[in-house]
Write a protein that binds this ligand. Structure first.
Ligand code: G3P
Length: 226
């Protein structure tokens, strides 16, 4: 499973990229608002992110009609070669995805919550599908079980190669809230987990690593002083 960072914060992206394991970034209007982003600076901001990351960067459309989504999608795709156009899983979004995919533009269909939505997104030419895990948990449902259903259903079929380098559709486990979500997403076979920076940091940490390192440091002092 690959790791994407789910943020629009340049410092977080630069820091995570420096760790050597980051494969991409996903953003959305909420994440851009969270960093105080302004509409006039949006395109430049996406370009800055694209320059920091060696991998796909999802930038979300905000229009609601297929024509406008396509228009926005083309503009976003022209910002950098690694832009992926994020489109909501709606009727208009599906139609726009078909047009963008036919033009060779990579689309990440987002706000995906069901197997039929995921299958339709894949058939419409999505390069990526983003099932949201945590938002199911928010309403007392099991987001991991829903993700499992989507990954299993997609695995049973072949889809047109609409992704980068001719790859078939990939599942991005999104709305990830904990390292345990990451574990579960990996075990059930999600291609990618997009995680907030605080969760990525937790993914590196383990108390036994911390304690083990402290013991090694203490014993190395003994060796140095022997
Ligand atoms: O990538 C989508 C993700 O950012 C949604 O996460 O935590 O707002 O449900 P959350």
């Amino acid at each position: 499973m690959k790791f994407f960072l789910d943020t629009a914060d340049l410092d977080e992206i630069a820091e995570a990229a420096s760790w050597g394991a980051l494969a991409g970034v996903t953003t959305n209007p909420t994440l851009y608002a969270r960093i105080g982003g302004k509409l006039a600076d949006f395109n430049e901001h996406i370009k800055r992110i694209c320059a920091l990351v060696d991998g796909p960067v999802s930038a979300e459309t905000t229009a609601t009609t297929r024509e406008k989504i396509v228009e926005e999608g083309r503009e976003l795709a022209a910002l950098a070669p690694n832009v992926v156009v994020k489109v909501p899983t709606t009727v208009e979004g599906l139609a726009a995805t078909r047009t963008l995919a036919d033009e060779g533009i990579h689309v990440n269909m987002t706000l995906c919550f069901s197997v039929p939505q995921a299958l339709l997104a894949a058939r419409a030419g999505a390069a990526y599908i983003s099932p949201f895990v945590g938002r199911f948990d928010d309403i007392s449902e099991d987001g991991i079980e829903q993700l499992d259903n989507i990954v299993s259903a997609l695995a049973g079929y072949d889809f047109a190669p609409c992704g980068p380098a001719g790859k078939e559709v990939e599942v991005i486990a999104a709305s990830i809230r904990s390292a345990n979500h990451v574990t579960q997403a990996a075990l059930l076979g999600a291609d990618i987990a997009t995680v907030p920076f605080n969760v990525l940091k937790k993914c590196v940490e383990h108390p036994l690593t911390t304690n083990g390192l402290a013991a090694f440091e203490k014993d190395w002092e003994k060796v140095k002083n022997a």
